[in-house]
Design a protein around this ligand. Structure first.
Ligand code: PMP
Ligand code: GLN
Length: 385
């Protein structure tokens, strides 16, 4: 309890990622907690960022993002999904997806409104909904397959519901929403005249199934605010270049909030992300295959260590149920793990309102070098029960 912190932010304290990464530094443990790669992305992108700095692109970029990047985002949406967005009026560059989520929620909902989202949810969703003054209504994705009950979703929608906040591929579960699930969501959005804000930062990290942007479903483009990020697709999570694609009125609304958060960010990196988005298809294919191999390696190692692994279809993450290991409290388990065996993971319970559902689940990141994954799995295998 911090007496200075306003009431609506009291539940949020310090993010679990900061807590667990600090624990990793303090103990020297292998960090499979916070999702960031331990290798850099394409050299050509690093060079593009250096070139942009050397060329003097070091002052404020335009508020909506540099034209080269907006054009590249628009071309990327067309190339991969057949979605057309006008780079002048329907694309907005943000300080990572994090700012896009915040700006979208601050712009599109407020006190008295309700936001429907799925739990477990990425931690910034709850905080940004709270900052907007709206309330959250969660629908639980139930382990082991992370399906949701359509009646739970219907029941979560009320006359106050303003928007559905969707994340697919989904952090922390690795779930990739199926076309049938997204169709149900789309039908409900249309029936109740809701907006959909969709966080697709792991769009290129789908190993089983396909990524279906909900904006591609019939009549959904104009009620969807699609959010992407260069961090995950190019392994440069520190560059913080994200974006929003939506129809002009929605982009204008999000821009109004965004301009008072950061105004602009990441000038030289915007040039580099534009280069990345234009990389040939084989970059994206190879990246996915490499990450799928890491997913498989981590999942096999966790299973060999005695955990029940909830196989992810995409993203950086794999989840285990620690009851298979004779434990029940994921938070206590994660706080002790670096001291017990030199590995850091994230307790999924922090992403749940339903703490009973989340208590035994623990998330491990697979976006690390194979030798690091192997060493972590060896340590977990030797972990005394
Ligand atoms: N959404 C999800 C689901 C994430 O996992 C993350 C973080 N990695 C973000 C948004 C934030 O992305 P960015 O780093 O581009 O702000
Ligand atoms: N998205 C990353 C994760 O889920 C972390 C980003 C952050 O630290 N906020 O691990």
């Amino acid at each position: 309890m911090n007496p200075y912190l306003v009431q609506r932010l009291q539940p949020f304290g310090t993010t679990i990622f900061a807590e667990m990464s600090a624990l990793a530094v303090e103990t020297g443990a292998i960090n499979l907690g916070q999702g960031f790669p331990d290798t850099d992305g394409p050299a050509v992108m690093k060079q593009a960022a250096i070139d942009a700095i050397e060329a003097g692109y070091n002052q404020y970029p335009p508020g909506i993002g540099i034209p080269e990047l907006r054009t590249a985002i628009s071309a990327h949406q067309r190339r991969f999904y057949g979605l057309e967005y006008d780079s002048g009026t329907e694309v907005l560059v943000t300080a990572g997806a994090t700012e896009a989520i915040a700006a979208a929620l601050l712009a599109l909902c407020g006190p008295g409104d309700e936001v429907v989202t799925f739990e477990p949810y990425y931690d910034s969703y709850a905080a940004c909904i709270a900052m907007s003054g709206a309330s959250r209504c969660v629908v639980t994705l139930r382990a082991p397959d992370y399906a949701f009950d359509p009646d739970d979703l219907r029941g979560a929608i009320t006359p106050r519901t303003k928007l559905i906040l969707l994340n697919s591929p989904h952090n922390p579960t690795g779930k990739v929403f199926s076309r049938a699930e997204l169709t149900l969501l789309a039908e409900l959005a249309q029936e109740h005249d809701l907006l959909v804000v969709t966080d697709e930062v792991y769009e290129h990290l789908v190993y089983d199934g396909e990524h279906v942007p909900i904006a591609t479903l019939p009549d959904m483009r104009d009620r969807t605010v699609a959010i992407g990020s260069g961090g995950k697709s190019f392994s440069f999570t520190g560059w913080k270049v994200g974006w929003v694609c939506a129809r002009p009125e929605l982009v204008a609304a999000v821009k109004t909030a965004k301009q008072f958060l950061t105004y602009v960010s990441s000038g030289p990196f915007q040039y580099a992300i534009a280069v990345g988005l234009a990389l040939p298809d084989h970059y994206f294919t190879r990246f996915r295959v490499e990450m799928r191999d890491k997913r498989d390696r981590l999942c096999a190692g966790l299973a060999a260590a005695g955990f029940e692994v909830l196989q992810p279809q995409g993203t950086y993450f794999a989840t285990v149920d620690i009851r298979s290991f004779g434990e029940t409290d994921g938070l206590a388990f994660c706080r002790a793990l670096p001291h017990r065996c030199g590995v850091v993971a994230v307790p999924s319970v922090v992403f749940y309102d339903d703490v009973v559902a989340g208590a035994p689940l623990v998330r491990f990141a697979c976006c690390k070098r194979t030798e690091v994954l192997d060493e972590a799995c060896t340590r977990l295998k030797n972990l005394a029960r």
